[in-house]
Design a protein around this ligand. Structure first.
Ligand code: NAI
Length: 383
């Protein structure tokens, strides 16, 4: 079994190491913080024990081979190293430069980065053709989706081999191009951004928007309860990074309301206040009271989401099938956005966007050129 090296024993590195261990790989976990390594060992032991008790893996899963160390050169025998250290390009460059001098020539070097360019990280490696992104979601042992992200110079065999390996870990893999936010973080932006815009304009309040998305759309959580759960600071940082990386496209413009709440330290559930207040008794989501407003809000946000997914197809971020798989497995949407577009009618989606663009005169609401072409040619994404 291939030895899997994991660099960084934080939330993600620990989860990824656990996944590899549960699938029989010897794992070498490296972190320069001893406390992080100790916590990782304890958390993994308990988590794997729980998986065995629940019958999800056999008792042999507890007999794993794990080495934890602060020495980077311990990663020498790895066939694959997954890097999950701090999200800073200088730190990633140092790590990939150092790793290049340690691992064998045929070792694959992967990064779990969410927001940095894979090409930029690969540029520090001696064999950039053996570098790619392997983007897990948090918590890695639970969430099924993994985005496999080759940069332009990744050898096709490395992409295939890595995807097959991660598939063997019972994950759902999709291939995304090395573009900001990959698939999920990019395509999901309007779920938050357009909801914030609707609230900022006073069209509906947070509870009404959430209820509309839950009750009319079948989303498990509304945008505001979900942002409270993720952390407003984390969610805003993702939006900001995509906004900047895509040339300040107004579609991704961060909301001032969200920025002000972050300024105030109201970050969501973790600080007990965000869009909602969690200081009292358990907060129950409110039902949708004004159905007419709800329908309008739901149609607007969903149209923006479908347009975003279609634009991602246009810009070759991923195949239509992988985009729909990514949103259903990565963010639990009730349907793939492209299939949803077919179901609602692409002409209806186009009309909704044209109406918004006409009313506001903003580039934010421009329909994707692919949406226009598909409507003109009577095309569909699904058969
Ligand atoms: P974290 O802050 O929980 O863990 C990072 C770990 O790396 C720490 O234990 C730290 O001591 C260690 N570290 C930092 N620099 C190091 C170095 N030079 N050598 C060895 N160890 C070093 O971070 P987290 O959340 O686990 O994120 C790690 C990576 O995964 C980042 O690139 C992040 O963008 C990405 N990611 C994070 C997700 C999340 O929801 N937290 C989701 C998907 C990707």
């Amino acid at each position: 079994m291939k030895i899997v090296g994991v660099l960084g024993a934080g939330a993600m590195g620990t989860g990824i190491a656990q996944v590899a261990l549960m699938h029989g790989h010897p794992v070498i976990l490296v972190d320069n913080d001893h406390g992080a390594l100790e916590r990782a060992k304890t958390n993994m032991r308990h988590a794997i024990q729980r998986e065995v008790e629940k019958g999800r893996v056999g008792p042999e899963a507890t007999a794993y081979t794990l080495e934890t160390t602060d020495r980077l050169d311990a990663l020498g025998p790895s066939g694959l190293v997954i890097e999950a250290i701090v999200e800073r390009i200088a730190a990633k460059h140092d790590a990939f430069r150092a790793l290049s001098g340690i691992v064998a020539d045929d070792c694959v070097l992967a990064t779990n980065t969410s927001s940095l360019s894979i090409a930029a990280i690969a540029s520090a490696a001696t064999h950039p053709e053996r570098v790619l992104g392997v983007h897990f979601f948090n918590p890695a042992p639970i969430l099924p989706l993994v985005e496999i992200v080759p940069w332009l110079g990744t050898a096709p065999g490395v992409t295939r081999e890595t995807q097959a390996l991660v598939d063997s870990w019972k994950k759902t893999t999709v291939v995304a191009s090395d573009t900001p936010g990959f698939i999920v973080n990019r395509v999901a932006r309007p779920f938050y951004g357009e909801a914030l815009r609707v609230a900022d304009e006073g069209i509906a309040d947070f509870s009404t928007i959430d209820a509309a998305m839950r009750e009319l759309g079948g989303f498990r959580m509304g945008p505001f309860e979900l942002m409270d759960f993720i952390g407003l600071d984390i969610n805003l940082a993702v939006t900001r990074s995509i906004f900047e990386a895509l040339g300040f496209d107004p579609r991704y413009r961060p909301s001032l309301t969200q920025q002000r709440l972050v300024d105030a330290g109201m970050l969501g559930r973790k600080t007990k206040q965000g869009f909602f207040d969690y200081r009292g008794a358990t907060r129950e989501p409110e039902p949708l009271i004004d159905r007419e407003v709800g329908e309008r809000v739901f149609d607007r946000i969903l149209s923006m989401l479908i347009n975003e997914a279609i634009d991602a197809v246009h810009w070759r971020v991923a195949s239509p099938a992988d985009i729909d798989l990514a949103v259903t497995k990565g963010v639990n949407y009730p349907k793939g956005l492209l299939a949803w577009g077919d179901e609602r009618g692409l002409d209806h989606v186009l009309e909704a966007l044209v109406a918004l663009q006409t009313e506001y005169g903003e580039d934010r609401y421009r329909p994707s050129v692919l949406l226009k072409r598909m409507v003109r040619n009577g095309g569909r994404f699904t058969t």
